[in-house]
Design a protein around this ligand. Structure first.
Ligand code: ADE
Length: 418
C-alpha cells in the first residue's frame, strides 16, 4: 500500500512534522474546524507534492476533513524519508516516495497513486494530471477536479486547456495572492539561499550572484542574495520585469555578459536551457550553478556533461565538472530544485498559507462539482482574503477598517476635484 525508504525513521519524522505545525497557525485552525464539519468525508484525493513536514501537515488537515488521501512525490530528490515514514506509520496514509528515486520509480509512484482512483488531484508541477490524461483516461470520467501548486504547473495546465485536452477543472492555487506573494517570493528567497549555503558553505558577501528570471521567485532570490552582501545581477527577457529589477537596485544585463563575471548563477525562469552551452563556455572558473525552478531543465546539463572531461562530488549536493580547458563548474543538486534537494524547502510559515489554499480549494471544487468548466480557475477572492485575515490574526496584527463614509466615496463618482 506504500513505497517508502525506511519505516524506522517515523519517530524523527513525527517530531519534525510537529515542529513545522507550530509555525502553521492557519493550517492548525483549519484542522480543528474541519475535523468537526468533515466536508471532504470519503472523497478520494491523490496528491503529488513534495513530501515535506509542511505537506505532512496538509495531509493531516485533509485527513481531519474526512478525505481518503494518497501521496506521491512531485520531485525525485525532494522527499524527506522520515516524513514519509511518519505519514505511513502514524496516520496510515499511503505514500509512494523515496528520496533519490529513479525516473522510472517516480512515474511508477504516480501510477500507484492513480490506482487509488482519486476524484480530486493535487499537483505541484502537473505531473499527476498530465499522466492521468496521457495514460489513464479511464479515470477522467467522474473526476471532481484538481488543484495546482506551482507556476510551472499552472502554465502547463493552461496549455492543456488551450489544446482542449484538459478534461476536468483545475484551481490554480499558485495564483492566489496568499500563495505567490509569500511562498514564491519569501519562501523561495529564503529556501534557495539556504540550499546554496548548505550545499557549498561559500561566503556570499562580495560575490557576484546572477539571478536568471525576475518573476516572484526571482525577486525573492535576488532580495535575499543582496541581503547576504552579494553583488546581484538580474538577467530577464521581459522588458517590464527587467525595468523593475533595475529600479529595485540590481544590475540588469544579457546573460552572456553576466556569465563572464558571476560566482553564482541561479535559474528561476520555468523555461528550458535558460543557462546554456554558450554561457558555460565563458563562465569563470569555480562558478556555482543552481536551479530553483520547478523542473531540472533550466540548466542544460547534457551540454555541461559534453563540455567536461571529469565529474567529482566534493560535497553532498555538489557535482564538480572539470572542463576541457581546465576550468571547473559546480552544479548543485543535479540541477533540481536546490531549495528542496539541498535544504528543506520553503519555511513552514509560508507553506501555511499555500496549503490553506489547497485545503479550501479542494472543498470549493467539491461544492462546485459539475459547475466549473474544464479550464484553469482562480481561487475565489473571498478564500484569499480569509486566509490573509487568519494569518494576520495568528500574527496578532490588527488592521483598520474603512469608515462608512470612505466606503461610500470609493463606490461613487460624483465627488472629484474640490
Ligand atoms: N515547495 C516549496 N517548499 C515546500 C515545502 N516546504 N513543502 C512542500 N512543498 C514545497
Amino acid at each position: 500500500m506504500s513505497d517508502i525508504s525506511d519505516q524506522s525513521l517515523a519517530q524523527q519524522g513525527q517530531a519534525r512534522i510537529d515542529w513545522a505545525l507550530d509555525e502553521m497557525p492557519v493550517i492548525r485552525g483549519l484542522m480543528q474546524q474541519l475535523s468537526e464539519s468533515r466536508p471532504l468525508a470519503g472523497v478520494r484525493i491523490g496528491a503529488c507534492l513534495h513530501i515535506t513536514t509542511e505537506t505532512a501537515n496538509l495531509a493531516r488537515t485533509l485527513q481531519a476533513a474526512g478525505a481518503d488521501l494518497v501521496l506521491c512525490a512531485s520531485n525525485p530528490l525532494s522527499t524527506q524519508d522520515d516524513v514519509a515514514a511518519a505519514l505511513v506509520a502514524n496516520y496510515h496514509i499511503p505514500v509512494y516516495a523515496i528520496r533519490g528515486e529513479s525516473s522510472d520509480v517516480y512515474y511508477r509512484h504516480i501510477q500507484a497513486t492513480l490506482d487509488h482512483l482519486p476524484l480530486i488531484t493535487m499537483d505541484d508541477g502537473a505531473d499527476l494530471v498530465s499522466e492521468m490524461h496521457k495514460t489513464r483516461t479511464d479515470l477522467l470520467q467522474g473526476m471532481i477536479g484538481g488543484t495546482e501548486e506551482t507556476t510551472t504547473g499552472v502554465i502547463r495546465l493552461h496549455a492543456m486547456a488551450a489544446d482542449k485536452a484538459l478534461k476536468f477543472p483545475i484551481i490554480a492555487v499558485n495564483d492566489a495572492m496568499t500563495k505567490h506573494f509569500f511562498d514564491n517570493r519569501y519562501g523561495t528567497g529564503q529556501s534557495a539561499l539556504d540550499g546554496i549555503i548548505r550545499a557549498t558553505n561559500i561566503l556570499l558577501a562580495g560575490k557576484t550572484f546572477t539571478v536568471v528570471g525576475y518573476g516572484w521567485c526571482g525577486r525573492g532570490v535576488a532580495m535575499r542574495a543582496q541581503g547576504h552582501g552579494a553583488h546581484v545581477i538580474v538577467a530577464e527577457v521581459d522588458p517590464l520585469r527587467a525595468l523593475e529589477a533595475s529600479m529595485d537596485g540590481y544590475r540588469v544585463m544579457p546573460l552572456m555578459d553576466a556569465a563572464r563575471q558571476s560566482d553564482f548563477m541561479i535559474t528561476v525562469t520555468g523555461d528550458k536551457h535558460a543557462i546554456d552551452r554558450q554561457h558555460m563556455e565563458v563562465m569563470k572558473d569555480g562558478c556555482v550553478l543552481a536551479n530553483a525552478g520547478h523542473f531540472n531543465v533550466e540548466i542544460n546539463i547534457p551540454a555541461l556533461e559534453s563540455l567536461s572531461t571529469a565529474k567529482t562530488r566534493p560535497r553532498e549536493s555538489v557535482d564538480e565538472y572539470k572542463l576541457v580547458d581546465g576550468r571547473k563548474l559546480r552544479l548543485l543538486a543535479e540541477g533540481r530544485l536546490v531549495n528542496l534537494a539541498a535544504a528543506e524547502g520553503h519555511p513552514s510559515a509560508v507553506m501555511d498559507m499555500s496549503f490553506a489554499n489547497q485545503v479550501l480549494a479542494a472543498i470549493y471544487l467539491l461544492e462546485q462539482q459539475g459547475k466549473l468548466s474544464n479550464e484553469v480557475h482562480s481561487v475565489p477572492l473571498r478564500i484569499d482574503q480569509e486566509i490573509a485575515r487568519l494569518k494576520l490574526d495568528a500574527m496578532q496584527i490588527n488592521i483598520d477598517e474603512l469608515s462608512a463614509e470612505q466606503q461610500q466615496y470609493l463606490s461613487s463618482w460624483q465627488e472629484g476635484t474640490t
